[in-house]
Ligand binder design. Structure first.
Ligand code: GLY
Length: 357
């Protein structure tokens, strides 16, 4: 690959920064534009679940990508820690799905059978096994559970810090507070019009999460629509080992970071980019959190926040009507999980285009 080739990336979240790092490793000159602080949106808000067991129960392109990316994660984290010299809270301890009625247990079991066919293993646990290994969990009415050993968590804020450091070491230019106003795609290259001027590059990547399709792009058909789905999360400061694995019940998940923060998420609301905290969503999460961990009823969440998931008709990973324009958005609930596989796909697309030019 000629080293003179350049790429501009719209969006400096975990997806955009991971792509930037990967393309810099291939020898491209990389610039990343972000409308605010890199990693300041979904990458900051996400709980950091790397958990196909909680997300997929049917064959789909997204499920296959998620499983592939989960396999890539240990190497991704190891290389990122080595290159950045920043610690990353990455816990491969599995996930526990709880059932508090026979109907919930039947539903867990039929879901697990479907997941087994996808390559997502889980095993049943009895209430007494749950009580032994998860002593803080509600025992009353517990009908059973399943354990997903391959599910894991990562602290997305650690990923952002480490990625920004490797970007700096790789001479990637980061342009914070620099919204991309227009992208003009031509046969010979791509022009980025930003709040700080115009620049030309060989390739452009759109990795702006829920904001991706609001970019004004000319020279190709309109980008696939992407809309925000707001999620509320809450967190409690708790003693270490309160929640050793991901714990799920119904639509709620709980996990504990190495720094003690026990996070419960998440709502799903199609309200546009409204950042207001909705007390009823917080109340519903707190109520579910204290259902699973009864001692939390004695305490209020220390933090509440919202983030915007990027929902599209599918995940978009690759060229859009020009080998010079690549899309990397639509990851919805799994952007943090899908970052390594997304970067690999975008790097492969850039490599293939470079060879044909
Ligand atoms: N990844 C979980 C969520 O979007 O809530």
């Amino acid at each position: 690959m000629p080293s003179a080739q350049s790429v501009a990336i719209a969006g400096g979240g975990i997806i955009g920064l991971t792509i930037a790092w990967r393309l810099a490793q291939l020898g491209l000159a990389v610039t990343v534009y972000d409308k605010g602080a890199p990693g300041g949106e979904a990458s900051w808000a996400g709980a950091g679940m790397l958990a196909p067991g909680g997300e997929f129960d049917a064959i789909s392109e997204l499920a296959a990508l998620a499983l592939e990316s989960r396999r890539l994660y240990p190497g991704f984290v190891r290389k990122l820690e080595e290159a950045s010299r920043r610690p990353i809270d990455f816990q491969e301890r599995g996930a526990l799905d709880l059932a508090y009625s026979s109907a919930e247990l039947a539903s867990l079991e039929s879901r697990a059978a479907a997941q087994q066919r996808l390559g997502i293993p889980s095993k049943p646990l009895t209430p007494s096994q749950v009580a032994t290994f998860w002593p803080h969990i509600r025992k009353s009415s517990l009908a059973g559970a399943r354990f997903y050993r391959q599910d894991a968590i990562v602290d997305p804020r650690h990923l952002v810090t480490a990625l920004m450091e490797v970007c700096r070491k790789s001479n990637i230019i980061l342009m914070p507070d620099c919204p991309v106003e227009r992208v003009s795609v031509g046969g010979a290259g791509v022009r980025f019009h930003t709040s700080q001027g115009v620049s030309d590059c060989d390739f452009a990547v759109i990795a702006a999460g829920a904001w991706s399709s609001s970019l004004d792009v000319e020279g190709v058909p309109a980008l696939p629509r992407c809309e925000p789905v707001r999620g509320h999360l809450i967190a409690y400061q708790q003693p270490a080992h309160t929640c050793e694995t991901i714990v799920r019940h119904g639509h709620t998940y709980l996990l504990q970071r190495a720094n003690g923060l026990l996070i419960a998420g998440a709502s799903a609301e199609r309200v546009g980019f409204v950042r207001d905290i909705d007390p009823s969503a917080v109340g519903a999460l707190a109520s579910e959190a204290s259902f699973v961990f009864p001692h939390l009823a004695e305490t209020s969440p220390a933090e509440t926040w919202v983030g915007f998931r990027p929902l599209s008709d599918s995940v978009h990973l690759g060229a859009w009507h020009s080998p010079r324009l690549l899309l990397a958005y639509g990851h919805y609930r799994n952007g943090i999980l899908l970052a390594p596989v997304t970067a690999a796909r975008i790097a492969a697309a850039v490599n293939a285009s470079s060879r044909t030019q």
